[in-house]
Design a protein around this ligand. Structure first.
Ligand SMILES: [Zn+2]
Ligand SMILES: [Zn+2]
Length: 124
């Protein structure tokens, strides 16, 4: 098995997902294509893809990192109740240049209770 095949598959899974999957979810998905892939391999490739700025890692309050594609610049709202990650548009559209500095990566995440949880009975 070529190493790059596993890496390409993992990148493709992330680029095609909208739910900010964690490593285990990515592992389950990659097993459909490569049944003998190991969770360790998935972690290694995820680290590699984060280091080479192909994907983003989202730090979560429960320490189970989630992953996101790099398509457009957006911030995240993490719901502490349902653990959903919502994408937020950032009003300023010049994120690549900050005071003359070229931005390659950034992380903005807000934490709280999402709209849906707030409107559900028993919301905080
Ligand atoms: Zn919620
Ligand atoms: Zn996102």
């Amino acid at each position: 098995m070529r190493k790059s095949k596993q890496r390409d598959l993992i990148l493709e899974i992330i680029n095609n997902s909208y739910d900010h999957p964690n490593a285990y979810m990515i592992y389950q998905k990659s097993k459909e294509e490569i049944p003998n892939i190991s969770l360790g391999t998935v972690y290694r490739n995820l680290n590699n893809l984060v280091d080479s700025l192909k994907i983003k890692r989202i730090k979560m309050p429960d320490n189970i990192d989630r992953y996101d594609k790099i398509d457009d610049f957006h911030a995240h709202f993490i719901c502490l109740k349902c653990k959903k990650i919502l994408d937020l548009k950032i009003p300023n559209n010049n994120h690549e240049n900050l005071d003359g500095n070229k931005v390659l990566d950034y992380e903005i995440s807000f934490q709280g209770i999402c709209k849906k949880c707030l409107s559900d009975k028993g919301g905080i």
